[in-house]
Design a protein around this ligand. Structure first.
Ligand code: COA
Length: 340
């Protein structure tokens, strides 16, 4: 029996309307537009206002992906997020209900900035196991809700946004099919990027939990080195499994953590920087939202044509990382208005 492959059939994204520039940040912390641009490639980012939650971004991105797939229904929803609306329950069912999808299976996947790749592979697994014939896979985060707004180590980097794809069951050899997959983790590095309090280890209602323990902390230099190493390794693994060389890749779409990380990965792989997609300049690091948001913007700019060979790779807290190869489908290339 041949395995049912997962084929990309819809694509959408959503960004909150409020723009925060580097100069806005420089007004409240010791940083500058020049430092942030040079060290990260970020010029501005989108931030949710109080009252907007991850599910709001996820529902908008999900609706756009369903519209682009040409049908309002799917058989399951997988939501990658590290910023659920509430610690309990999962946000996936809220998103499924918000999209009018009835009682379909819906749940969250938590792999932080690698979350979209983990969710994509989970969606492919649901298709292969014949749990559903189509799956809505969403990456959405309101990551600024975890960040100390006065911390210059994290506030310039993290931002809010969502992206979504529809997967349908199909054949491995058709345009749009996922090809090779590599996923990995290293829990010994759990303290590289984390929020200490609010979980079962350090509970939010304990009075001894410090306010700052509820904010994200990051060892930036170590994260940088590990991100380059792991994204490069994982990319090499999936290229070898697919039988592609770096030169065969039409577009490298990496998790938008830092433009310097993306170019370092491209350089290590020997990939042309022109074929490395970078939209972090106006999005910042949107965590699980970043890869599908980048795919949607790249498709809207005509950077992805049917049959193109695409390499996705991500690294995130956990630590977790991975890579996926796929070919670009027909029908998802038309110019779009920018996500809003
Ligand atoms: N504005 C101005 N100066 C800053 C600054 C800021 N926002 N943040 C740090 N600095 C200063 C530091 O204090 C240091 O000063 P010093 O040389 O006088 O000691 C100097 O800039 C260099 O700091 P460093 O932390 O070594 O900078 P860096 O080049 O490593 O860049 C990051 C910092 C965070 C941008 C970088 O490490 C990074 O991008 N890491 C990966 C983050 C990431 O991708 N996270 C998500 C993964 S999913």
């Amino acid at each position: 029996m041949t395995r049912r492959a997962a084929v990309l059939a819809g694509l959408g994204s959503a960004l909150p309307p409020r723009v925060v520039t580097n100069d806005d940040l420089a007004g409240r912390m010791d940083t500058s537009d020049a430092w942030i641009r040079t060290r990260t490639g970020i010029a501005e980012r989108r931030v949710v206002d109080p009252g907007t939650a991850t599910s709001d971004l996820a529902i908008t991105a999900g609706r756009r992906a369903l519209d682009s797939a040409g049908g309002p229904r799917v058989g399951a929803v997988v939501l990658a997020t590290a910023t659920p609306d509430h610690p309990c329950p999962a946000t996936g069912p809220t998103v499924a209900a918000g999209l009018g999808l009835g009682t379909v299976p819906a749940f969250d996947v938590g792999a932080v900035c690698s979350g979209f790749l983990y969710a994509l592979v989970t969606g492919a697994g649901l298709l292969a196991a014949e749990v559903a014939d189509s799956v809505l896979v969403i990456g959405a985060d309101a990551f600024t809700t975890l960040v100390d707004p006065h911390d210059r180590a994290t506030a310039p980097i993290f931002a809010d946004g969502a992206g979504a794809v529809v997967l349908r069951a199909g054949r491995t050899d058709e345009p749009g099919a996922l090809r090779a997959i590599d996923l990995a983790s290293d829990g010994l590095q759990a303290d590289l990027i984390r929020v200490a309090a609010g979980g079962s280890r350090q509970r939010s209602h304990h009075t001894e939990a410090l306010r700052e323990d509820h904010y994200l902390t990051m060892r930036g230099g170590e994260v940088f080195k590990n991100a380059v190493l792991r994204m490069t390794e994982s990319s090499r693994t999936v290229l070898a499994r697919t039988g592609w060389t770096t030169a065969d890749v039409d577009l490298l779409v990496g998790h938008q953590a830092n433009a310097r990380i993306l170019y370092a990965v491209a350089d290590q792989l020997g990939a042309d920087r022109e074929r490395t997609y970078v939209n972090i300049g106006h999005t910042g690091n949107t965590a699980a939202g970043s890869i599908p948001l980048a795919l949607d913007e790249a498709a809207g700019e005509g950077r992805l044509r049917p049959g193109d060979r695409v390499l996705l790779t991500a690294f995130g807290a956990g630590t977790t990382w991975g890579a996926v190869t796929l070919t670009w489908p027909h029908g998802l290339t038309r110019p779009r208005t920018p996500a809003a």
